[in-house]
Design a protein around this ligand. Sequence first.
Ligand code: NAI
Length: 679
Amino acid sequence: MSTVTATSCAHWNIEFDEHNIAWLHLDMEDSKVNLLASTVLEELRGIVDELAKDLPQGVIIYSGKKSGFIFGADINEFLELEDITQSQPFLNRGHEIMDKLEALPCPTVSMVKGMCLGGGMELALACNYIVASDDASTRLGLPEIKLGIHPGYGGSARSIQRCGPLPAMDLMLTGRAIPGRSAKKIGLIDDCVPERQLRTAATSFVMNAPKRKRPPFVQRLANNWILRPVVAQQMRKQVARKARQIHYPAPYNLINLWQRYADHPKQMLHEEAVSVAKLATSETARNLVRVYFLQEKLKNQGKKVKFEPAHVHVIGGGIMGGDIASWCAIQGYSVTVQDQDPSRLAQTFKRAQSSFKKKYKRDRRAIVAAGDRLMPDHKGYGVSRADIIIEAIFEDVDVKRTLYQDIEPRMKPDAILATNTSSIKLEDLSSSLKNPGRLVGLHFFNPVAQMPLVEIIRGNESDEEVVQKALAFGRNIGKLPLPVKSSPGFLVNRILMPYLLEAVTMVGEGVPPEIVDKAATDYGMPMGPIELADTVGLDICKSVAEILSAALDMPLPDNLNEMAAANKLGRKSGEGFYQYRNGKPQKNKGARYADIQKVQDRLVMRLLNEATACLREGIVESDELIDAGVIFGTGFAPFRGGPIHYIREAGKQKLADRMNELRHEYGDRFESDTAWAGL
Ligand code: NAI
């Protein structure tokens, strides 16, 4: 291969092989991953211009990074776009470069290994052909919707042209990333081959330039102007189940774009840039970008030490312990689960099997392998070989203390002990240990597989290294670890509880539960507080509330006590605030209430005020971590950017005035926290 290095390029390198194919190799300077930053794009513009003057046999684009192809656009650049006068030229420039690449009159191929996301996928789509490796590290996707926009460098239009509207819209509307084989199946890419054959496959596309397959007939039919409005309406309905247009406009804009311009590819490209330019500077996009960075911040928490336990031992095979154990097995760890009651272990293994099937679908080998990693251990033999022991037994101080005294002599000297307690002070537990420094809290949320957050509780006596190891473990098992001070309710339950109690109080006053829930979902919560309480179980709500109400002076509403006493525990007992049929709450669609805004204010203000109190008490290190914890631990409206951010954005004085009004009407629980003024 003769080498012509484009010396002016910091990020790109070009080599010509014996067939006169130009191999464009992207290795972004000073970055672990390739991003489609402005400088990378501008260099590409120059290269494509040069190639157009002296046309090679073909062009193959590939990555020089081990981490993958291209992770997407540089999100930091989005933050600098103040308004449409800046975002429109920014988007247009991206389009121009992609158009130039697409217009090159020689075959162009993207050769993908590893992550190919967002702008990276859009660049690949501007090539004639895409080949990808079939290994597990390769994932292709257009996840822009998660940042409040949709693909804006031509990817919306080109993905639909390539594989038809149904798979392309599904990919864009869900934002999920798919493996090479699935991408081939839906026609997003042209071939998927083992890594060792990638170069041969890419070369062959250049040399043979085969005619690209059209999308299948069904896809072309869905694109037909007569059927399109019906299909689009169906898509809108599906999206509406998850996201409201007023909160998340991007998916609706994308559907409109397709419905209106599918017959005019050039105009669709143009309108795509116009749509994304508007979305990119919207409040929603800014806040979702903020949430993305908060997520990165949490992911970075576990990086100070390396901690790769060879064996994990879980004690307690109940709802939480069982699910924690199967989650760890899915993440590749060897795990033993101990329970005093063998019948609970049998249930754990039944549930684990269905989790494995859900995760690996029809991949029998992966299901069997995960099953092999998870071992029942009624007698607790795993204690002596574990590097981390996760305790998830009954929420009872004495039972936990007795267990610790029993297992400590058998633990490896440097093994850490992590408790999943949701309400017991760590200090009350660690005092039963000879080495109290080895105890840390690892507070998972229910359901374990779906909740991304895990609170890492630092007790007064926890060794710093133990805390760091727990953070690293949280990260290794694919969760977002949040370091939290040991204090009643930790962060998430504490902030959630006043909001839940206010909801229950309102139902006690006669506000229909449907209205209370609607007020919360209108604000952007994923589920209303009453339905949430019923789902968690009113007995569990009551016991957490009792612990917190003592510590934080929050009286329990009478109706919560009454419901729990009458064994109306929510979904699990078939009746709580709602009646349940087949696990679904029977809601009264005709429920009405005069002032739903006030209901929403009462709920939200309690939550915001508690978040402010946590900031004052230093429950977590920073206001950003409060926002991150509440978003990832409760699902708090991500498009609002988190409670503290919301107070600042909505206007702290305006909200404080509203709190004051509520205080006059409902009492001191609406007194704004002293930290409010300093926000
Ligand atoms: P659970 O009652 O479903 O399971 C507890 C299990 O521990 C039972 O299977 C029991 O047989 C076993 N067990 C009790 N004492 C034992 C001992 N000495 N040795 C071995 N096994 C023993 O309880 P759940 O809900 O799983 O809760 C466990 C822990 O997780 C508690 O500390 C709870 O506060 C915490 N937690 C619970 C959440 C939830 O939503 N249920 C959420 C977050 C934390």
